[in-house]
Ligand binder design. Structure first.
Ligand SMILES: C[S@@+](CC[C@H](N)C(=O)[O-])C[C@H]1O[C@@H](n2cnc3c(N)ncnc32)[C@H](O)[C@@H]1O
Length: 244
């Protein structure tokens, strides 16, 4: 057992937390043998997509994966097919971006988009964000975007929601003093849930609206792939910005 694995095992046992999925991986992952065709495509993006094993080793060193290593790093959690991620990278050439996604297909789509647009300031990470503090060092990240995370609307599934006090406390640790978290959802119950959870963190709510498209922030809002689906269903977008 490597030192990192032993440390992880002891840390999670001490915290009485479920061990992260990467802990159980027995065989080294082999893209060529994997049945998911998008895993096979990872080799075409080897300088722009990082899988779990690589991500763990890059903790505290993410600047090194970018062409311009000294730029601040922002993060999108659950970047989906990457329409917003591409917009961020294109409109902010003075920043670097990391997108975390645990599904291979949207992750490959995201980075393929960036490559096609000739953008080198964005990279993707295949990782389950619930263990995010295993791949980032304190203050390594600036702004964080979490748009339309899976809502888990049924009460019995509420425990699966990613954005909760314990997760926000992890983000607080990895985020620099100047950074913000932008959170959008179509789910009223998830929004209310997060509003309540924020009270058990050190974050302050700077922006808050139950109808983003009718608010003062509508003009600067980029409509993501999922946001568009909900707009077509006449559903409002709930939005908040948290700051340290
Ligand atoms: C509903 S989609 C939203 C995609 C995009 N943000 C948008 O607004 O169009 C949620 C995305 O988050 C990803 N996701 C959900 N939970 C995750 C987790 N724990 N770690 C990493 N990605 C996650 C899903 O695979 C999916 O692509």
């Amino acid at each position: 057992m490597s030192l990192h694995k032993l440390f992880t095992f002891l840390k999670y046992t001490f915290l009485k937390k479920e061990l992260p999925s990467y802990f159980y991986k027995k065989n080294k992952y082999n893209p060529e043998e994997h049945p998911n065709i998008y895993v096979g495509m990872l080799k075409d993006f080897k300088n722009q997509i990082f899988v779990e094993e690589q991500a763990l080793k890059l903790k505290g060193k993410w600047g090194e994966v970018f062409e311009n290593k000294s730029l601040p790093i922002d993060l999108e959690i659950g970047c989906g097919n990457g329409t917003f991620f591409e917009y961020l990278a294109k409109t902010n050439p003075d920043r670097n971006f990391l997108g975390i996604e645990y599904k291979y297909k949207p992750l490959v789509q995201t980075i393929r988009r960036l490559k096609k647009a000739g953008l080198t300031n964005g990279c993707g990470i295949r990782f389950n964000a619930k263990d995010i503090d295993d791949i980032f060092a304190p203050s390594e990240i600036n702004n964080i975007y979490i748009y339309f995370p899976d809502p888990w609307p049924k009460r019995k599934h509420e425990k699966n929601r990613l954005v909760r006090a314990s997760f926000l406390n992890m983000l607080f640790k990895i985020q620099s003093q100047k950074g913000f978290i932008d959170f959008k959802t179509d789910s009223e119950s998830y929004f209310d849930f997060v509003c309540a959870q924020v009270k058990n963190t050190s974050y302050k709510v700077q922006r808050h609206t139950r109808n983003l498209h009718q608010s003062e922030w509508a003009r600067d809002n980029f409509i993501t792939q999922f946001e568009n689906i909900f707009i077509r269903q006449n559903l409002p977008t709930y939005y908040m910005r948290l700051v340290k």
